[in-house]
Write a protein that binds this ligand. Structure first.
Ligand code: ADP
Length: 263
């Protein structure tokens, strides 16, 4: 099912969570980013148009400003993201440059999406970049959006970007291969759910407590994002993010949960 949906999709928004891009110590893993860029460059060669939504600014900031690690003050967290965003983009830029692909940075806030004029500019910029073969890399503008640091909702940012760009598919890469009836990190007997047609109904029956060490959203924001995208006819795949994930999804070696558009 995941293979067919990916094959049929031409315009794909791919979201990388912090827990996918960071190593065990919570630092951005440059080698991993390089492998993801290689995989995306291959997708592009195969005719797919890609928009990336990348978390990880705070994690990247920590590798530069290590002495800020324990500072919990919100201003330091925002400052850390501002430093880290440069690092993050440097890593994406050099990783894609190795494949002759240019990247563009797009920093957005939730408010931007509720302003029709700004939305129009954002949409036009996204379309122009992709038409010109550039990979837009979207992140929340942490300097002006405090809630992002608190709830880390890049899943919703990805879903809204997918809506804005008229994507055919939203892929949320996480540290987990999909949705379970309860958190498998806490409950070894958790059951995998491969397909979800009615997100509201499934949400009522599953347990969503707990999240990974570096992720900030948990599975709930992914469900909300999938529900939002479904409302615009865009299916979502939640799956584990690792360099050969797309190839493995296509060959059936990797599974994911597919959320269908509403019928
Ligand atoms: P990311 O940083 O990639 O956005 P998160 O760590 O925020 O990812 O969210 C994924 C985590 O949500 C999983 O690793 C898991 O610990 C947790 N989780 C809680 N309930 C569930 C569930 N029912 N199914 C899958 N994951 C769940």
């Amino acid at each position: 099912m995941t293979a067919r949906i990916i094959k049929n999709a031409r315009k794909i928004v791919i979201k990388f969570g912090s827990s996918t891009l960071a190593d065990a110590a919570g630092r951005i893993d440059d080698a991993l980013l390089a492998s993801f860029a290689a995989a995306i460059a291959t997708l592009k060669q195969n005719g797919k148009a890609i928009v990336v939504v990348s978390s990880g600014a705070q994690a990247a900031g920590l590798s530069t400003m290590q002495k800020w690690e324990r500072k919990r003050d919100i201003h330091y967290r925002q400052a850390l993201c501002a430093v880290g965003q440069v690092k993050l983009m440097q890593a994406w830029q050099s990783s894609f440059a190795a494949h002759g692909v240019n990247v563009a940075q797009i920093l957005l806030t939730r408010d931007d999406f509720s302003d029709p004029i700004r939305s129009l500019y954002m949409r036009n910029t996204l379309f122009t970049l992709v038409d010109e073969g550039i990979i837009p890399i979207v992140n929340e503008n942490d300097t002006v959006s405090v809630e992002e640091i608190k709830i880390g909702d890049n899943d919703s940012l990805a879903a809204q970007s997918a809506m804005l760009w008229n994507a055919d598919l939203l892929v949320l890469f996480s540290d987990i291969d999909g949705l379970y009836d309860k958190n498998p990190h806490l409950f070894p007997d958790a059951r995998f759910i491969g397909e979800v047609k009615d997100i509201a109904e499934v949400s009522k029956t599953i347990d969503t407590s707990g999240k990974s060490g570096f992720g900030t959203g948990g599975i709930v924001t992914k469900l909300d994002a999938a529900s939002f995208a479904a409302g615009y006819g865009i299916p979502t795949i939640i799956t584990r993010g690792y360099p050969s994930a797309f190839a493995d999804l296509l060959s059936g070696a990797q599974r994911g949960t597919v959320f269908f558009e509403k019928t």
